[in-house]
Design a protein around this ligand. Sequence first.
Ligand code: NAD
Ligand code: TYD
Length: 348
Amino acid sequence: MKTVLVTGGCGFIGSHFIRCLLREESWRVVNLDKLTYAGDLDRLSDLAGEPRYRLVQGDIADAKLVEEVVVTERPWAIVNFAAESHVDRSILDPTPFLRTNVQGVHVLLDVARRYGVERFLQISTDEVYGDTDGLEPRSEEDPLRPGSPYAASKAAADLLCLAYRRTYGLPVLIARSSNNYGPYQHPEKLIPLVIRNLLVGEEVPVYGDGGQRRDWLFVEDNCRALLLLLEQGAVGAIYNIATGVRVRNLQLVQSICTVLARELDTDPAGFFDRIRFTPDRPGHDREYAVRTDRIAHTLGWRPEVELEEGLRRTVRWYLSNRDWLVKRADEEYRAYYEAVYRRKWELV
Ligand code: NAD
Ligand code: TYD
């Protein structure tokens, strides 16, 4: 049995990935998570009593702690999901993004190098390529031109990983996924935010003209790709992961209104009426587009869940888990929401 140190496993994607790993008897998981506002133990409550799973609460930027965990657990691999992950929060305050997404990654890389970890899978994002509006979809070797503080911190981490590969021979792999969605995503992100606001009777904010395009990837499709990379990916390689289908934000929001109305058996017109165009996100990237030939041709990965089906599954999950949405929309969330949507991108 191989041990994997998963960081940020109490987050949205990390928790799905841990469940995916533990479905195979050959893996044991140690989850190192700081439990920031974004981390939630509920996401893995079904693992209570699972002998192949251990949670350590702590910070990836804490070098002493990371070393202790690695010395004790001797993981075969580290899969790093831990990050500050929301662009809008990085506009309000980039500081924690630099600490976790850059310094934290450096700590992990350094400990991995010193203790001979055999795989280091860095979970990156298609946002490191920057805005692709008017450009061809990006390939893995294209230059990085991040647009937001979040994307810049993730790009810095990718460069550190590549430097550790070249300089120390660390067996690094980098996954650059497009926008994920699915059950248990925090309501700061577009899809759950729209579902929540529709359910609680609030307006639905669409930034700018709503013409921005994103490639929406169902979280389970992403996790399947990440597991393939861990097991069979080429050391030193970067892999884009996306569906290849890009949808404008306004169209996506309208689709969510339609799917939710159908599930609730109501007229979607009432939902459409709640859409409001708001001042744009500063520096908003119009589009992220990536090529996925590498993962398709070398590992045979293809997405399986089309957007309409994924939205239906996601909406159904939130309808059955309204308590979780209520819990996530806590005081901290309301203060954040106020700063972005009512004070127009100004922290108190
Ligand atoms: P998330 O915000 O839901 O979860 C992040 C997790 O990391 C939380 O559990 C949090 O407690 C933990 N964490 C934060 N700082 C930490 C620290 N210093 N030490 C230890 N744990 C810490 O994020 P997510 O949406 O699941 O994203 C996971 C990863 O995937 C991130 O690296 C993100 O950049 C990347 N990514 C996300 C998307 C997306 O659409 N969500 C797309 C592409 C890439
Ligand atoms: P988001 O889920 O924050 O992901 P990212 O910025 O990483 O792509 O946002 C997805 C898109 O939706 C992005 O173009 C910004 C836009 N958006 C809105 O129009 N309104 C909102 O309230 C939010 C959160 C996002």
